[in-house]
Design a protein around this ligand. Structure first.
Ligand SMILES: Nc1ncnc2c1ncn2[C@@H]1O[C@H](COP(=O)(O)OP(=O)(O)OP(=O)(O)O)[C@@H](O)[C@H]1O
Ligand SMILES: [Mg+2]
Length: 202
């Protein structure tokens, strides 16, 4: 991304990350879910948000379809627009994480380099979570009927059919959502959050 702004001087916050974390009882950071359409990103993200909230976490979901109505309404699905979509989401997720939240993102985010940029924006507080259900399973589920449309040629550049998906090479967590239930997947996610975000009791 070309930087157009000059004469910019960032200002430091008067509240440290650690102070925010102590107030919340947990660290801030990003849980970045990635996987094919129908792999279970939205299902798991919103249920995880519910469960973490009930357990006392500050958690918030950023979901692909929701953000495309607002912040990213000007973007389509060309490679350049997908990259810009994920760049903005990565920056917003990093801001929420900086505020001390557990941010759960649910975007296909098919390009490795875009996910790497999102990781960089979050400055280390980033967990890439690969929902590894394969194409056959996801297409059979087809929760929004979009695979069918894509096969009929009614959607161009549909991930898995006419656009690529680059699987993560070293994700922090892989969940085969084609082989286990929603409940079992949530268990793995909650364990991961408890292990990595919870602060030791004082
Ligand atoms: N282990 C699992 N985890 C998540 N979803 C599962 C699992 N097993 C079955 N499913 C089902 O798979 C479907 C996943 O659909 P969902 O809308 O969550 O996918 P998505 O990844 O958000 O897709 P899109 O990229 O199109 O938004 C749901 O119908 C869900 O009930
Ligand atoms: Mg979804």
């Amino acid at each position: 991304m070309a930087h157009k702004s000059t004469n910019i001087t960032p200002v430091a916050h008067g509240v440290s990350d650690q102070e925010r974390w102590r107030r919340h009882g947990h660290r801030g950071g990003v849980l970045w879910l990635t996987g094919l359409p129908g792999s279970g990103k939205s299902t798991l993200a919103f249920e995880l948000e519910r469960r973490l909230f009930a357990a006392g976490y500050r958690a918030y979901v950023l979901d692909g379809d929701n953000l495309r109505h607002g912040l990213n309404a000007d973007l389509g699905f060309s490679p350049a627009d997908r990259t810009e979509n994920i760049r903005r989401v990565g920056e917003v997720a990093a801001l929420f994480a900086g505020a001390g939240m557990v941010v759960i993102t649910a975007f296909i985010s098919p390009y490795r380099s875009d996910r790497t940029a999102a990781r960089k924006a979050a400055k280390g507080n980033f967990h890439e979570i690969f929902l590894s259900a394969g194409l056959a399973v996801c297409e059979k589920r087809d929760p929004k009927g979009l695979y069918k449309k894509a096969r009929r040629g009614e959607i161009s550049e549909f991930t898995g059919v006419t656009a690529p998906y680059e699987a993560p090479e070293s994700p922090e967590l892989t969940i085969d959502t084609g082989a286990i239930t929603v409940e079992q997947s949530l268990r793995l996610l909650i364990d991961h959050v408890d292990r990595n975000f919870k602060l030791p009791a004082e």
